[in-house]
Design a protein around this ligand. Structure first.
Ligand SMILES: O=C(O)CCC(=O)C(=O)O
Ligand SMILES: [Fe+2]
Length: 204
């Protein structure tokens, strides 16, 4: 065995770890976990996602007219291969780490591409499916330019916000989807940002 050589061989894809994760409890049984610079090799993942994801623009009915959804989207369903091996590793690491609390793996990967500061997502909870009635988790990995994720309690009260930087992880857990709402507000100036949201089955 070439022991000497193996000492200097980096693993093909680094596994993300959770020793730096910080939990912030919110009201009503909601919480968020944040870990800065969590994803290994984020530059490469970002470039791959921008180029290789089959991004699509969506239009949505808004009262009496159809409007553009202000961001590009693509969702990888359960069992579909992800566009970069680091994302598959990340999903596996998240599933293993949160399994005792979540009781199931993360299986889908929703991707959003915010082209500039005009792209955004309005206040909402991920309440289609089980998030409406049950505690669950949504794990977001942010890539590219930093953007603010704002959170506010549905019952009223002040909002909080977390700056999501390149490679950062933010996990919304507990009752967060049904007792709180989140948004990525428009800003005057921002470069491209991609967010990947890992969700368990039946959470949208
Ligand atoms: O871009 C983000 O970080 C959040 C996206 C989001 O909330 C969603 O797609 O449901
Ligand atoms: Fe969301």
């Amino acid at each position: 065995m070439d022991f000497q050589g193996s000492l200097f061989e980096a693993p093909a894809v680094e596994a993300p770890t959770f020793d730096r994760v910080e939990r912030r409890p919110l009201t009503g049984g909601a919480w968020i976990d944040v870990c800065r610079t969590w994803l290994p090799a984020p530059d490469e993942v970002f470039t791959t996602l921008v180029h290789d994801v089959p991004w699509r623009a969506e239009r949505r009915q808004m009262y009496d007219r159809e409007v553009d959804v202000p961001r590009l989207l693509h969702t990888y369903a359960a069992g579909e291969p992800l566009p970069h091996p680091t994302l598959a590793r990340a999903r596996g690491a998240l599933s293993a780490h949160y399994r005792p609390e979540l009781g199931e793996p993360f299986v889908t990967a929703g991707c959003c591409y915010y082209r500039d500061g005009r792209d955004s997502v309005a206040w909402h909870g991920d309440t289609i499916g089980r998030g409406r009635t049950h505690d669950t988790m949504v794990a977001i990995v942010s890539l590219g330019d930093p953007r603010r994720l704002a959170l506010r309690p549905r019952a009223g009260g002040s909002s909080i916000s977390v700056e999501m930087g390149h490679g950062d992880l933010l996990v919304m857990g507990g009752s967060c989807q049904r007792t709180w709402e989140h948004a990525v507000p428009k800003v005057a100036h921002a470069g491209p940002r991609v967010s990947v949201q890992f969700r368990p089955l039946n959470v949208f």
